[in-house]
Write a protein that binds this ligand. Structure first.
Ligand code: SF4
Length: 408
């Protein structure tokens, strides 16, 4: 029965699974072979790629390498190329700077002499770089289909419906929205105007403490696992957390349950990090009795609890690189990064918890052919694939980002 009360709330919706989620396993392989092929060959994998002129499609890795070097040299310090840790090595080799999403955006903001910022990462990262960089700078994402399945799980219309429901139940100011960096600019803007904050996997605990210190409940977007792991770290029990299902009226909960919850988690996840499970950890411990297991907090709570350490990509890199020679590490994060950590730590045994080689399929869409294409465009005076956030969204998102910066 539809009552006056329920009529105000979100209607039942047809679940829409993001295309990037459906395509997530496209590049998975049981062979340890992530060697870059021509883009034409990689197109055969059948994921959603951005169309590109045919000369780039057929160029060999050697031809692209020479073209990219030439184009970069011509642009000099008018250009900065940023490479996220999860990019393939064939892209990382052209990066002037590598890091996690926030570190890269901060770096971009500290390079005012660079007119062009090519962000080899995914869409929400390029948006954040555009928010933090100067008006005279253009941020470019080499392949527009490089999204993030987790960010795609929190569509702004669904989040607005949730926010309206929650403020209806809890009253204005009764809940603080916190969004993980891995979200669209529109979600960051909602957090900005709703008195909320952005966080990374390094400072999620500080962001929770900031919100709880104001005596407030938390709406955490879009990764339920990072939210749950952070709440657990702060002693918030599972009975005090709820998962908001955007496809059900009121997220699937009664007004009473929402009033009693301390943390409301958006029903989103990372398709890469939720591949890890406790059996993989048990197997690593059986095969390597002295192994240390380190995972990213986007993994499930069971995995985080079964691991020895958990933390951001920067934390994982630092912990393994500073460990004594001869130690053994099983890592639960994106495979391109795990392989790079293994290469850069030849004095240690480093392997991925998952025996299936499964890169983040959206990160993997940045192929050298796209980088070459956007660089050639710049040398011809054409900015291709510029990512621009409108001023209103930028200003509101900036509020939430600035609150985060004030935390550290
Ligand atoms: S690893 Fe997960 S959170 Fe990161 S870009 Fe890929 S899908 Fe998104």
């Amino acid at each position: 029965m539809v009552t006056a009360e329920s009529a105000k709330t979100t209607p039942n919706k047809m679940p829409v699974i993001p295309i990037t989620e459906i395509e997530q396993s496209a590049f998975c392989s049981t062979e340890d072979d992530l060697e870059t092929k021509t883009l034409e060959k990689e197109f055969e994998i059948g994921v959603n790629w951005q169309k590109i002129p045919i000369s780039y499609l057929r160029a060999t890795p050697e031809e692209l390498d020479s073209r990219i070097h030439q184009a970069k040299n011509k642009l000099g310090n008018r250009l900065v190329v940023l490479g996220h840790h999860y990019q393939r090595n064939e892209i990382i080799r052209y990066a002037d700077y590598r890091g996690d999403s926030f570190k890269l955006s901060q770096y971009a903001a500290s390079q005012p002499k660079s007119d062009f910022i090519i962000f080899c990462g995914v869409h929400f990262m390029a948006e954040t770089a555009d928010i933090l960089s100067g008006d005279h700078q253009s941020v470019i994402l080499p392949n527009l289909t490089a999204g993030c399945s987790m960010a795609d799980m929190a569509q702004i219309d669904d989040v607005m419906d949730c926010w309206d429901d929650l403020t209806d139940v809890l009253g204005q100011g009764g809940i603080i929205p916190i969004t993980y960096m891995n979200s669209t600019a529109a979600i960051k803007a909602l957090c900005g105007r709703g008195g909320g904050i952005v966080c990374t996997s390094s400072n999620a605990t500080a962001a929770f403490e900031w919100a709880l210190g104001q005596g407030q409940k938390i709406l955490f977007l879009p990764d339920q696992h990072l939210g749950r792991n952070t709440a657990h770290k702060l002693g918030i029990g599972l009975e005090e957390t709820l998962v908001w299902n955007p496809f059900k009226p009121m997220g699937g909960h009664s007004r009473e349950a929402l009033s009693n919850a301390k943390v409301i988690l958006w029903q989103g996840h990372c398709s890469v990090h939720t591949r890890f499970n406790v059996s993989q950890i048990e197997k690593a411990r059986t095969d390597h009795p002295k192994v240390s297991v380190i995972v990213h907090p986007e993994c499930t709570m069971e995995v985080v609890k079964a691991a020895d350490f958990n933390g951001s990509t920067e934390f994982i890199i630092k912990t393994v690189s500073e460990a004594p020679a001869g130690t053994t590490w099983a890592i639960g994060t994106e495979i391109s990064l795990v392989n790079r950590i293994a290469q850069e730590n030849p004095d240690k045994t480093v392997f991925c918890l998952d025996s299936v080689v499964c890169p983040c399929s959206t990160m993997y869409r940045i192929h050298p052919a796209y980088l070459s294409w956007v660089l050639d465009g710049l040398n011809e005076g054409v900015v291709v694939n510029q990512i621009q956030v409108d001023n209103e969204t930028k200003n509101e998102a900036r509020l939430a980002l600035d609150r985060m910066l004030a935390l550290v």
